[in-house]
Write a protein that binds this ligand. Sequence first.
Ligand SMILES: C[S@@+](CC[C@H](N)C(=O)[O-])C[C@H]1O[C@@H](n2cnc3c(N)ncnc32)[C@H](O)[C@@H]1O
Length: 274
Amino acid sequence: MSLRPPDFEFVRDLVWRESAIVLGNEKDYLVKARLTSLARVQGFGSLERFMYEVRNSPSSDLRFRVVEAMTTNETSFFRDSVPFDVLREHLLPKLIQERQAERRLRIWSAGCSSGQELYSVAMLIDRHFPELGNWEVELLGTDISAEMIKRAKQATYTPLEIARGLGDDYRKYLVAAGRGFQIADTIRRRPRFLQLNLVEDWPDMGVFDVILLRNVLIYFDVAHKAAVLSKTQQRLRPGGYLFLGGTETTLNLHCGFQRVLADSANCYQLREAT
Ligand SMILES: C[S@@+](CC[C@H](N)C(=O)[O-])C[C@H]1O[C@@H](n2cnc3c(N)ncnc32)[C@H](O)[C@@H]1O
C-alpha cells in the first residue's frame, strides 16, 4: 500500500488542526504504517480506497480515528521514576500538611494514555500515605484518544507492560486476568477517566494540587504548547505542582511558572507575583 503525497498532506493538516500534533515530513513512514493498519481494521482493501473515504466521507468518526491513530501512546508505570520519588518524599507530605483543614487532594494526569501514570500515583498513595484513607483524594485521567481511555478504565496490562516499571513492592496491587494482569479493584475504582482534547475548550474542572502533563506537549507546535500551558496555569492551585516530561520545558513558552526542586523532576509551581 502506498500513501500519495496529497494524502499525507491531508492527514498532516487534519491531525494538526484537530489535536495540535505536528507530523513533519520525516514522519511519512510512521503515518503510512499507522494508516495502513487502520485501513485494514476498518475493512478497506487498499490505503488509496481508505484515504478516498476519509477525504470524502462526511463522517467525522473516521477522521477522528485517523487523528487517534496518529497519537503516540508510549507510557509505563512510574515512568522516569524521579517525579514519583519527589511526590513521595517531598510534595505529598507537604501538601498533606498544607491541606489538613480541608482534607482534600486533586491530581490530574493530562494525556494519561492507557492509565499507567495515574495508577502509579494511586498505588503510591495507597502504599505510602495510609493517612489519606479518610481524605477525599480525586484522581482524574484524560486523553484525546477514546481507545486509550477505554484501556485506562479496563486497567488490564500485559506482562511486558507490567515489567516496565512496576516493582515487586507494587505487585500486590495486581490480579491475574487472562494472559496478563488487571489492577486490583481497590485501586482501579479510584481514578476517573475522561476523553478530553487539550486544544479544545476544557470543561470547568476546578483546580488541581498536582498536574502531570508529561510527554504530551512535546508533540505540539509552539503556539499550542503555550496555549495549553496558559490553560494549565488556570487549573493549577496556588501551592500546587505541575510536572512536565523529561525533555519538556515552559521556557520561552510561558512565564507563569517557575521551576522548583531538582531539574530531573521537571516540576513547576505558579510564579509568585512580583
Ligand atoms: C506519550 S503519551 C504520554 C503518557 C503519559 N503522560 C506518560 O508520560 O507516560 C502522550 C499522550 O498524549 C495524548 N494526546 C496527544 N494529543 C493530545 C491532545 N490534543 N489532547 C489530549 N491528549 C493528547 C496521546 O493520545 C497520548 O496518549
